[in-house]
Design a protein around this ligand. Structure first.
Ligand SMILES: [Zn+2]
Length: 233
């Protein structure tokens, strides 16, 4: 693969990733990009060293009175491709088979896919397989068939799309393998794919997961939420 990403997570986001302060969903999509992108791998290593040093110098700075929670940091470290362990290789699934052939997955996504993916057909030639990682994000693999088009939409929060294979384009550009595309609530866009595209997408829309407020959301989002919930069962 000679293509180098032209769309990366911001340094600020990589910093939060290195600190282990992101939700599991966000950590996973950034970890997957970092595995595919030498440039962000280098940045993340430097930021991790910095974060570790800071932590060692001020170990109790903002956790006084409570047990420190290392779970996010451990997640981030175990999903970091540079700390490859033999255990990581025992996961049977490391690729997804699509119509046009199979696609190798970044390690952290291979772990998720190993739990089994249930693909569902959506409108416009899109197939979706939801993955539940935490209560703050909605994560899914998305497969756009060649010639497919997502209806015009806006987001309530941030939506990150990591391209795993093929390409898609929207009003703002064209995105290829390993590109990390961030759209926020102010963007209205209509992704389409001529050649087909496999992506991993993460939406951070906490409102969607707040009981009582869910009924205020539009029917499309409620529908997606129900599907995500049933996919978990
Ligand atoms: Zn990058």
């Amino acid at each position: 693969m000679t293509y180098h990403s032209t769309h990366h997570p911001s340094r600020e986001l990589l910093g939060k990733f290195a600190e282990g302060s992101l939700s599991a969903g966000m950590s996973v999509v950034i970890s997957a990009h970092v595995e595919l992108c030498p440039q962000c791998r280098e940045t993340t290593s430097a930021l991790e060293a910095e974060a570790t040093l800071n932590w060692l110098q001020n170990p109790v700075s903002d956790t006084a009175g409570s047990e420190p929670d290392f779970s996010h940091m451990i997640d981030a470290i175990t999903s970091e491709p540079q700390s490859i362990t033999p255990e990581a290789d025992r996961f049977a699934v490391n690729e997804i088979h699509m119509l046009e052939g199979s696609v190798s997955l970044p390690r952290v996504l291979a772990k998720l896919a190993s739990d089994g993916l249930v693909w569902k057909k959506m409108a416009g030639g899109i197939n979706q397989a939801s993955v539940m990682l935490d209560n703050e994000t909605q994560c899914e693999f998305l497969y756009m068939k060649p010639g497919s088009q997502v209806p015009v939409h806006k987001h309530r929060g941030n939506e990150i799309t990591l391209v795993l294979d093929g390409s898609f384009s929207d009003e703002m550009g064209r995105y290829r393998e390993s590109d990390f595309v961030l759209r926020n609530a102010s963007h209205q866009h209509q992704p389409m794919s001529d050649e087909g595209c496999l992506c991993f997408a993460v939406q951070d829309s906490p409102l969607m997961f707040t009981k009582g407020l869910a009924r205020l959301l539009n029917p499309f989002l409620q529908y997606r939420f129900r599907r995500a919930t049933s996919a978990q069962a």
